[in-house]
Design a binder for this molecule. Structure first.
Ligand code: ATP
Length: 269
């Protein structure tokens, strides 16, 4: 009956082991995992846990994966909704979808709500091209109302992801809303090696392959790029009817991904 189009995963099955090179962010979220496991332990002593956390970082750095891992570690349901899905909707649908999402989340607490691309709906109000966008503003207002409408005892944690925190409406960042910020950056060489390890787990690698060397040769690669690299290499090995991925497939895949990166121009809005 409901028009809600958010997704719900009872158990994401993702854990902190599936995500590498973001030790600091994992550390920052440890408290939230503990809270989701046993909210009553915290509320009984009067502890106030943040309700909303803003997860900031460039595309492909594992923000979605990290949010899923938090839910997976705590073994609580994961609700998700993408901000960009609101953009082409009929008037009123965005707001009611937000309402539905929060109602479902409260029914299923403790749980985690993830809002991807919050900037699509949470841009500063009254600054849209050609004036304000009523639909978007209604949705944003509903989100603010929902954030204010429960307290941390409810056992719902909302994580919102963005790669453009500077354009967000400041009302979103007020106390009691998304008042905590966790940043994930592009991985450094050690982080890249660890991410490569995660994505080599289920693959057959020739013994001449050194993940350290691959990490050295992939500056600027995000976690998503590295996952893509290992998969491309596996596909090439399959196509070449090899029993294992060799450095040749890795080299060819790096070349392809780098060529793809150079083909896209960076814009900063
Ligand atoms: P976007 O901002 O584009 O939505 P994101 O930051 O949410 O990106 P994810 O969608 O979580 O990034 O990452 C895409 C995929 O890249 C993941 O499913 C995973 O396979 C891989 N990946 C990204 N970062 C990491 C990481 N730190 N460790 C392991 N895998 C990673």
């Amino acid at each position: 009956r409901s028009k809600a189009k958010f997704e719900m995963e009872p158990n994401t099955g993702v854990t902190f082991e599936d995500i590498a090179g973001v030790d600091e962010a994992k550390q920052d979220f440890q408290e939230i995992v503990e809270f989701l496991k046993t909210p009553e332990k915290f509320s009984s002593v009067g502890a106030k846990i943040p309700k909303g956390v803003l997860l900031v970082g460039p595309p492909g750095t594992g923000k979605t994966l990290l949010a899923k891992a938090i839910a997976g570690e705590a073994k609580v349901p994961f609700f998700s909704l993408s901000g960009s899905e609101f953009i082409e909707m009929f008037v009123g649908v965005g707001a009611s979808r937000v309402r539905d999402l929060f109602n479902k989340a409260k029914e299923n607490s403790p749980c985690l709500v993830f809002i991807d691309e919050i900037d699509a709906v949470g841009r500063q109000r009254g600054t849209g091209i050609g004036g304000g966008n009523d639909e978007r503003e209604q949705t944003l207002n509903q989100l603010l109302t929902e954030m204010d409408g429960f307290n941390s005892n409810t056992g719902v944690i909302v994580i919102a992801a963005t790669n453009r925190p500077e354009i967000l409406d400041s009302a979103l960042l007020r106390p009691g809303r998304f008042d905590r910020q966790v940043t994930v950056g592009l991985p450094d060489i050690r982080g890249r090696e660890e991410i490569l390890k995660v994505h080599s787990n289920n693959k057959k690698l020739d013994k001449d392959i050194s993940l350290g060397v691959i990490a050295m040769r992939t500056p600027g690669f995000s976690g998503a790029d590295l996952a893509n690299l290992m998969n491309e290499a596996a596909i090439l090995a399959g196509r070449r009817q090899k029993e294992k991925i060799t450095m040749k497939e890795i080299d060819d895949s790096i070349d392809r991904i780098v060529a793809g990166m150079e083909g896209t121009t960076m814009t900063d809005g």
